[in-house]
Design a protein around this ligand. Structure first.
Ligand code: SAM
Length: 440
């Protein structure tokens, strides 16, 4: 019997087509909204099915041939088969849909969505290495979807060209090392200017293999770092073998130094647009004290500090905080202070949470900032800017903030930080309602 025809009505948060069959939701990888498809159910669950696309009978006008030959196997991209403009529109719909569905909210005003260069934008990547001793072959690339299998790449069109150009020669070089099986990951990062390569091993490589990688990095003009993975599943411990990279937060803005293992926003151009939007929305004045939660190595802190009286940055990673302090020093911004705290829990009695602030910025990881919301509402701020990489947790937190009756969602917008994938950044802005009433 032929698999049934399905009408695809939407796109899921992870980029799969969504259809209904016998009252049950079906997620179809590779299908697009508006399409009529045949698919095969690969996994039946209680509340939904997962399916493999077999045939597209009526294609979306926005479907295109994926530019990368690895698309469909490589776990790095999920939306290359959708035109660039339609990807941006889909992300916009996803943010609007999450705010409406989860929080019952619409912003007072939508910010113009910010598009990116569609390819060559990704400034850093963490690639897996798999050594097949029998075939004496190295697979270097991203893992395939949810599996541990590494898709062997010879190039990657979303990576910054300087980093992408290292993939094929590195795979060839690793295959000729004395101990190729000891290389587990390559961390690539580009700066403005500069290129760095982190080689994560378990156990550490012997001197001759290290020397060959050092010669390769020198020939490519890349700073080389070695990392050792002490136990399975642990993060590499890196040696700082060379100078840091740097990037600019704006044309004339503070310049931040970093190493390839530090969290930095993946897309420099969209990051600059996001910083500019945060500055425009918060509009810090010379008398304002700003609190920034999840501040990392100072990506927003330092631009804010060029305008505000004072910025207090809070972050959980002590290593990143050292670099935030260093970056403040390098940029001559003495009006910053940085505090280490676990922001996954409520800040019971912490000094930073007892102070008063005029403005707040938060940029949490994917799971959002649920534990902080009661404290946020008590800080006295007139405006909160919330940068998010997960529309669902942003909407969940927005619902809590606005349900307390004290805050309203004034602006929201999409920043297309990761084209060709289902991921994007959002900015949501909340005003304290009492402040808005006073201003009227
Ligand atoms: C999305 S990144 C943003 C970093 C920074 N705002 C930037 O733009 O580069 C999230 C940050 O939250 C930090 N973080 C994650 N979990 C945390 C926790 N439980 N407590 C404090 N900080 C945490 C990470 O170390 C990371 O720096």
């Amino acid at each position: 019997m032929k698999p049934p025809l399905l009408e695809v009505s939407g796109l899921s948060h992870d980029g799969r087509g969504v259809a209904r069959r016998d009252g049950k939701t079906v997620f179809i990888a590779g299908a697009l909204p508006g399409e009529q498809v045949r698919c095969r159910v690969t996994r039946a669950r209680a509340r939904f099915d997962e399916a493999q696309l077999l045939e597209v009978l009526r294609a979306s006008p926005q479907r295109r041939a994926p530019p990368c030959p690895h698309f469909g196997h490589c776990g790095g991209c999920t939306l290359q088969h959708l035109s660039d403009g339609a990807q941006l529109a889909a992300h916009q719909q996803q943010l609007a849909g999450a705010l409406e569905r989860i929080a019952g909210l619409q912003p007072g005003q939508w910010l113009e969505p910010v598009a990116s260069d569609p390819f060559g934008y990704r400034a850093r990547a963490r690639l897996a290495v798999a050594w097949d001793a029998g075939a004496r072959r190295v697979a270097l690339g991203f893992r395939r979807g949810a599996s541990r299998v590494v898709e062997p790449l010879d190039s990657c069109p979303v990576l910054a060209p300087a980093a992408g150009a290292l993939i094929a020669p590195l795979a060839a070089l690793i295959a000729t090392l004395a101990a190729p099986g000891q290389v587990h990951e390559l961390w690539l990062a580009t700066g403005e200017p500069g290129l760095a390569l982190g080689v994560a091993c378990a156990p550490a490589l012997d001197a001759p293999d290290r020397a060959r990688l050092e010669a390769f990095a020198a020939a490519q003009g890349a700073v080389l770092h070695f990392g050792v993975i002490a136990a399975h599943g642990e993060e590499p411990q890196w040696t700082e073998a060379g100078p840091p990279l740097r990037y600019a937060t704006a044309v004339d803005g503070p310049v931040l130094e970093f190493q390839p293992w530090h969290f930095t926003q993946a897309n420099r151009g969209v990051n600059r647009a996001l910083i500019a939007a945060v500055l425009a929305q918060l509009a810090p004045g010379a008398g304002d004290h700003v609190l920034e939660l999840f501040c990392g190595l100072g990506n927003f802190t330092l631009p804010l500090a060029t305008r505000a009286a004072r910025v207090t940055g809070v972050e959980g990673d002590a290593g990143l905080l050292d670099w935030a302090r260093r970056n403040a020093r390098i940029n001559g911004l003495a009006n910053t202070e940085f505090v280490a705290a676990d922001l996954a829990v409520a800040p019971a009695g912490a000094a930073w949470a007892r102070a008063r602030y005029d403005l707040v910025l938060l940029d949490p990881p994917r799971n959002g900032a649920a534990a902080l919301l009661p404290a946020l509402a008590r800080l006295g701020a007139r405006r909160i800017a919330y940068v998010s990489c997960d529309a669902a947790t942003l909407a969940r937190d927005a619902a809590v903030l606005c349900a307390r009756g004290a805050w309203s969602l004034t602006h929201a917008g999409v920043f297309d930080m990761f084209p060709q994938t289902a991921h994007f950044e959002s900015l949501a802005v909340f005003d304290r309602l009492a402040v808005r009433a006073r201003e009227r």
